[in-house]
Structures are given as structure tokens and as C-alpha cells.
Design a protein around this ligand. Sequence first.
Ligand code: ZN
Length: 166
Amino acid sequence: MSGLEDLYREIILDHYRSPRNRGELAVPPAHRTEGFNPLCGDEIVVYVDVEDPSKGADAVITDVKIGGQGCSISQASASMMSAAVKGKTVAEVADLTKAFKAMMSIHESTLEGEDAAPEPDDVPEVSLGDLEALRGVVRFPVRIKCATLSWNTLGQAIEEAATTTA
Ligand code: ZN
């Protein structure tokens, strides 16, 4: 339709065809968590290296690798996520996750005919970069779970890494 939409489609296809940070990490020290979206059959495996998890929110995600298979949205989202969170702190990743989910859910509520105004205090002001390309997904509510699967899996992986690493 619009030039922006074409650009978004290109970014998504690029991440789908050339996924970033694809592979595995040695476990341990890395942590491995699987996510599954039964609605679409998407599988995501997240390997995450959290440096010094005892630092909590200040701990740094030193490396991320992605495995699994599924639709283009789920795999492109996982690729974008891996590029976006690598080298960030747990707190920064939490902000990014919140901002990404806000982008998804704000539009979700629009589709339901509710007030779409976001709570300004709730949405961190962070740049989503390539992740903006997934904005169009909200027009297909059934695909939102495809886009958020990798983020939910990452969140679980970070949580588990913090509680299982001595
Ligand atoms: Zn999917």
C-alpha cells in the first residue's frame, strides 16, 4: 500500500531469510529456554548468556542465540529481538520488551474498539529500530502471538538464568 509498508515488509523478509544470531550456545554457562505458540505451530529456542546474574537488573546479556522454526513473523521477530537485546542490561531488555508489547497491545485494543491512548508512564521511551517493522502485525490479531513469542521466551530465559546460576 504505502512506501513505509513496503519497507517494513522488506525488513521482515530480510530477517526471515538471513536470521541474526542463529545457532546455539554451550549450556552451561548459557541458559536454554523453549517457547511454543500452539496457535500457529511456531517454536523458538532462546540461548542466553547473562553475565553475573546476581547483579539483577544491571546484569548484561552478553550473548543471545536463536533456534527453532515457524512462520516468517515469529522467526523475523526472534531475529530482530536477538539483535536488539545483545549487550543490553536486564533492565534495558525489560524496557524494550515493554515498549514492543505496548506497540502490539495498543493496536490490539484499537481493533477491539477501545480507547487506544497509551499510558505515557507505562511505555518506556526506547527506540525499537527494526522492530518497528512488525507494527503492521497488529492488523492480524492472530499473528500477535507469533511476534511476541520470542520476547516471552527471552523473558523466561533471563528469569531462569537468574535463579539457576550460582
Ligand atoms: Zn506464527
